[in-house]
Ligand binder design. Structure first.
Ligand code: B12
Ligand code: SF4
Ligand code: SF4
Length: 309
């Protein structure tokens, strides 16, 4: 087996669902899609998206030659939520994926450094200035769907992504072809019209943005969160590629107790201490207690207003 085959076998043995390789210069030195999104203000208040390194991978790791992309299936059998309860998106309900993927990526790097000493590397799960979906598509893991998410044939979009940048030159995979065809289900399912043509998501209108990233003490009064208090899965649950894939067998990614069927009022009044105990080790911990309370209180107020209107 040559190095790249061994590397892929190692990644799969560590539990990753998919792995692929892209050449670091495959996207050129510009990212016009990102420039346009930023210029249009579609990043809302996520100023950190305007990091110039995101457009120039050589600034992230000088001398980088290959981008190894891994995907991990996180689909679990989330029960459908009654309309009057708080909805937590599937990705937040198990152990924090940054930790789940990060520990496996660290082991992969350790192995690679043993067999190819001297290479330089960096790895990220969501936290680095690297466009993970675009690299994943380039590395042949799947295509970018109209909802802007990376869709794999086997697991749909229920995959977390991670990247390993290395100065090693590895033979690249072929990028995958797109299979959305004429389907428009995610555009129809999005309650706020946040999905625009050409896989553009306007964060200003996106429930996931408002519940996870909007730093304001109050959310826009007219915004209906449709019950979501952490993230939003509506443009995924409607997708035909997301129905057939296998459920994850990883214990770490199973939904934790107290993440379904919870009344909005419980989160609206949750103390910092209760949040701290309940959210330990979970991805939703990043939302923090004040934001969770704000989201639940907003949705309660919104519903009361529309009922009495
Ligand atoms: C910023 C961000 C957000 C923002 C903005 C979302 C967005 N669509 O841009 C907000 C807070 C709204 C968000 C929400 C969510 N996010 Co998010 N997010 C990110 C982050 C940090 C950067 C994404 C980004 O670069 N956006 C900027 C736009 C301009 O780029 P883009 O999304 O890639 O889209 C452009 C390109 O793809 C280009 N394009 C399209 N086709 C092609 C083809 C080629 C060849 C090229 C070159 C370009 C190209 O056109 C698109 C439009 O301009 C990534 C992690 C990372 N470091 O990459 C996670 C990430 C994308 N998020 C993720 C997840 C899970 C979500 C949520 C599902 C969470 C939830 N349940 O609430 C939602 C989904 C909402 C949605 N439909 O996008 C996962 C997605 C996994 C997957 N299978 O794709 C990621 C990869 C994190 C991870 N490591 O797993 N997110
Ligand atoms: S996460 Fe929700 S609000 Fe955002 S684009 Fe998807 S369906 Fe629309
Ligand atoms: S719902 Fe349809 S259009 Fe949207 S991402 Fe899935 S297959 Fe593509």
């Amino acid at each position: 087996m040559d190095l790249v085959q061994q590397l892929k076998a190692q990644a799969l043995a560590l539990g990753f669902s998919k792995v692929g390789v892209a050449l670091a210069d495959a996207l050129g030195e510009e990212a016009p899609w990102l420039t346009q999104w930023l210029r249009a203000g579609q990043h809302a208040q996520m100023a950190w998206m305007n990091d110039p390194r995101r457009q120039h991978i050589q600034q992230v790791l000088p001398g980088v030659r290959s981008v190894v992309v891994v995907a991990l299936n996180y689909k679990h059998s989330a029960p459908s939520e009654p309309p009057d309860t708080a909805h937590l998106s599937a990705y937040t309900r198990g152990r924090d994926y940054h930790k789940v993927l990060g520990s496996r990526l660290k082991q992969l790097v350790r192995w690679l450094t043993e067999v190819a000493p001297g290479h330089r590397h960096r790895w990220y799960v969501d936290t680095g200035p690297v466009s993970e979906k675009v690299w994943a598509a380039q590395a042949g893991l799947g295509w970018i769907g109209k909802n802007s998410l990376l869709l794999t044939r086997e697991y749909g979009s229920w995959v977390f992504l991670g990247v390993l940048l290395t100065t090693l030159e590895l033979p690249p995979d072929r990028s995958a072809t797109a299979h959305c065809g004429t389907c428009q289900r995610c555009l129809v399912a999005c309650p706020t019209g946040a999905i625009l043509p050409n896989a553009v998501v306007d964060s200003n209108r996106c429930i996931a943005y408002h519940t996870l990233e909007n730093p304001d003490p109050e959310l826009p009064a007219g915004l209906d969160l449709a019950g979501w208090v952490v993230g939003c899965d509506l443009c995924q649950t409607c997708c035909p590629f997301n129905t057939k894939g296998p459920l994850t067998e990883l214990a770490d990614l199973q939904p934790r107790p107290g993440t379904s069927g919870v009344p909005l009022s419980t989160f609206a009044t949750m103390t910092d201490e209760a949040f701290d105990l309940w959210s330990r080790g979970m991805a939703l911990r990043r939302v923090k207690a004040p934001r969770l309370r704000r989201n639940a209180q907003h949705q309660i107020r919104y519903t009361q207003r529309t009922v009495h209107a």
